[in-house]
Design a protein around this ligand. Structure first.
Ligand code: FES
Length: 177
């Protein structure tokens, strides 16, 4: 067989194959199968997306904060006069914290590393705010929210309890407001 005949034959066969192929395509079948494939892919993608975002959805439903619980003694209540503060560490020795006995007699506690660049935050007794002297950052004493200066995030809130005249840290909430 010469090359010329072989070439003609291949050309003819491939043309015929194409005709057979296009003859087998039904427009309605094609649409049906494409639609089915699309729906399968869409449902699969939706289920996969739902499963991967499930932890975030649960977290959003339960509230946007993380909570740790561990009981640690801080001090005797009568050793902290109103309008004063003491330092302690919670929940580990690496986490500095501040317990404030406000002028009104309330107890407030927060981790005291500034949420800007980690400088220590102090209780400013005269104006009853929490002050970070590094860049003049101010936090609300009542809730730890930043109120002035560079900090954008709240101080982690330490939950406290008084039992038989002793103040305990019992938990910590890291908020993401
Ligand atoms: S480190 Fe506290 S304001 Fe900058």
């Amino acid at each position: 067989m010469t090359d010329n005949i072989k070439c003609k034959r291949e050309k003819y066969q491939s043309k015929e194959d194409m005709i057979n192929l296009t003859d087998n395509i039904s427009r309605f079948d094609d649409l049906k199968f494409n639609r089915r494939a699309f729906l399968k892919t869409a449902v699969g993608a939706t289920v996969a997306l739902g499963l991967t975002t499930l932890p975030f959805s649960v977290k959003a439903l339960l509230g946007d904060f993380e909570e740790e619980r561990e009981l640690v003694e801080i001090a005797k209540l009568d050793s902290i006069p109103k309008g004063s503060s003491i330092t302690f560490h919670y929940p580990t020795e690496k986490d500095p914290a501040l317990l404030i006995h406000t002028k009104a007699g309330e107890l407030k506690a927060y981790n005291s590393a500034c949420t800007h660049l980690m400088c220590p935050v102090f209780y400013e007794q005269e104006s009853e705010v929490l002050l970070c002297p590094c860049h003049q950052g101010y936090f609300d004493l009542n809730n730890g929210h930043p109120i002035a200066g560079p900090p954008q995030r709240e101080l982690p809130l330490i939950e406290i309890e008084v039992q038989n005249g002793t103040v305990y840290a019992v938990g910590r909430k890291i908020r993401h407001g």
